[in-house]
Design a protein around this ligand. Structure first.
Ligand SMILES: [Fe+2]
Length: 194
């Protein structure tokens, strides 16, 4: 079997389809704090029927692209992507520095009347505040005006490559940071992979 090239260094941008570019631009810039890098309307890009709005939340050119068609041509999904059985992106995730920043985001979203439809929750089977799910990420979930669901999170677990378990030192340090006794709880067992 051919050797696989060096591993990917990470997941980077996501391009999502929106039904109303004005609503989307307002949501991503005024609520989520993105900066627009450049924007081309439908018809401005040769051979492409759609418009492209490049936005960033880092120093890179784009982290999220909005893909859009002339107003009225595409309807919004009535259901948010999180609950829809349509194939495609279920949700994408934006990382914040720590739990305190996540709390700040929660207050900000609430004061702007953005519905948090799940969380904040710690996705963990063994953390005392855990919801029984996996990854250890501390997360909340919202949707953009077109129904694309977005997770905002901190504390994604680093993994031990030999045991395929959550790194134990990180797990115990995180328990301490969260105000728990680090020896009272153990990292989850290796998960099922079959
Ligand atoms: Fe997620």
């Amino acid at each position: 079997m051919a050797k696989i090239p060096p591993k990917f260094v990470g997941l980077q941008h996501i391009a999502i389809k929106v039904h109303d570019i004005e609503l989307a631009r307002r949501f991503y810039t005024e609520i989520l704090g993105f900066t627009i890098t450049e924007n081309y309307k439908p018809g401005e890009i040769p051979d492409f029927p759609f418009g492209l709005c490049f936005m960033r939340c880092t120093e890179l050119h784009h982290d999220v692209n909005l893909v859009y068609w002339p107003k009225g041509e595409v309807n919004s999904e009535e259901q948010r992507s999180f609950d829809s059985i349509q194939v495609g992106v279920h949700h994408f995730a934006l990382q914040v520095e720590n739990r305190n920043v996540l709390e700040e985001w929660k207050s900000h979203l609430e004061s702007n009347e953005i519905e948090i439809f799940y969380g904040p929750a710690i996705h963990s089977p063994t953390h005392p505040e855990g919801d029984g799910l996996w990854g250890e990420n501390h997360a909340l979930y919202i949707s953009d005006p077109s129904g694309n669901s977005i997770e905002i999170f901190c504390d994604m677990a680093p993994m031990d490559p030999y045991t395929n378990r959550v790194n134990e030192k990180w797990f115990r340090d995180r328990l301490s940071r969260d105000g728990h006794n680090p020896i009272d709880y153990d990292p989850p067992q290796a998960g099922k992979i079959d």
